[in-house]
Design a protein around this ligand. Structure first.
Ligand SMILES: Nc1ncnc2c1ncn2[C@@H]1O[C@H](COP(=O)(O)OP(=O)(O)OP(=O)(O)O)[C@@H](O)[C@H]1O
Length: 239
């Protein structure tokens, strides 16, 4: 098996005294795509924040390309190549779209034109200020800006949440394209069907532990498991 790009070994973490994640182990190989599923409040965002180093470990370790990064602060993890698209869209409102994209760019496959190819809307709006964008466009810009850092692994925390169906379609197409082009990614998503169609592997989180692991296409067919762990809200555009 290929060496894991990112690995969590028996990770426990939470907020202060409150432990949310309880001995969670996951790994993702280069070019892999992993859906993190589960109902509201089960610990998906906590897992992402722990990978980024915002929450201290209460146990276990986080490895990046085989090296223990458990003690590294978030900016150093980002510099190593862990790209994070947070749940709250994160753009510079007073910079233009193009400035937002280029401000943290690193050389690599994802340059400005590649990102505009992925998000034609951003090319159309390249001269607009971040503050003039719709929520969906801000989400595209957040993803585009993170891609421009040419991360080794990309963490997407509910990138489709609260967006209009047409925007969800555009973002879904872009994520599919990124995965097909070999971007290693972890996708947090409550809408299981949408996430499973975009990824190769999946884990279901329940109350801070991993309740189920499967190949995404197999879990897509496994309705009883989906109903049990994820509930009814399967497709992002249903809302
Ligand atoms: N800043 C915080 N301080 C204390 N507890 C928190 C904090 N943020 C989240 N929690 C708790 O951690 C648990 C997991 O929350 P988390 O946000 O990781 O869930 P989630 O699966 O990402 O759900 P959602 O889809 O709602 O974001 C919840 O019980 C939540 O109340």
């Amino acid at each position: 098996m290929a060496e894991a790009v990112l690995e969590l070994r028996d990770v426990s973490a939470g907020y202060g005294e409150g432990i949310v994640l309880d001995r969670v182990s996951i790994d993702i190989a280069a070019g892999g795509s992993l859906a993190l599923l589960g109902r509201n409040g089960v610990g998906k965002t906590t897992l992402i924040l722990t990978v980024m180093g915002f929450l201290p470990l209460a146990g276990g370790s986080v490895l990046f390309r085989g090296a223990d990064i458990s003690r590294l602060p978030p900016h150093k993890r980002a510099r190593l190549g862990i790209g994070w698209v947070p749940q709250e869209r994160d753009i510079f409102p007073s910079l233009s779209v193009e400035e937002n994209l280029t401000v943290a760019a690193q050389p690599g496959r994802w340059d400005r034109d590649a990102v505009y190819g992925l998000f034609p809307r951003l090319r159309e709006r390249r001269a607009n200020m971040g503050s003039q964008l719709s929520g969906g466009e801000q989400q595209m810009l957040t993803i585009g800006r993170t891609l421009m850092t040419n991360p080794v692994v990309l963490l997407l925390d509910e990138p489709l949440e609260g967006l209009a169906p047409i925007i969800v379609e555009e973002l879904t197409a872009a994520i599919r394209k990124m995965a097909a082009e070999g971007v290693t990614l972890i996708l947090v998503e409550q809408h299981a069907e949408t996430a499973l169609e975009l990824t190769s592997d999946a884990i279901v989180v329940e109350r801070g532990t991993i309740a189920h692991r499967a190949r995404s296409r197999e879990l897509l067919q496994d309705r009883p498991t989906l109903d049990r762990f994820v509930g009814m809200n399967l497709v992002a555009t249903e809302e």
